[in-house]
Write a protein that binds this ligand. Sequence first.
Ligand SMILES: [Zn+2]
Length: 62
Amino acid sequence: MQGGLAEGAVLDIIELPIDAWCMQCAKTTVVKERFDACPDCGSYQVQITGGDELRVKEMEVD
Ligand SMILES: [Zn+2]
C-alpha cells in the first residue's frame, strides 16, 4: 500500500522501540519490532522485556 498520510502513520508505529534482552550479548537492547534480530549481534535469541503488552501489565500493577 502506498499513500502519503497512511504511510507516515504506519512508520510511527513501527519505529516505536521495544526493550529486549539479547541472550547472545547478555545485555539489554532495543529492537524496532517484536521479532526483530538483535541490532548488535544479529541473533534472534532475543526476549522482549518491554513493549505494549508488558507495559499494560505494569500500568495495572500501579
Ligand atoms: Zn545481541
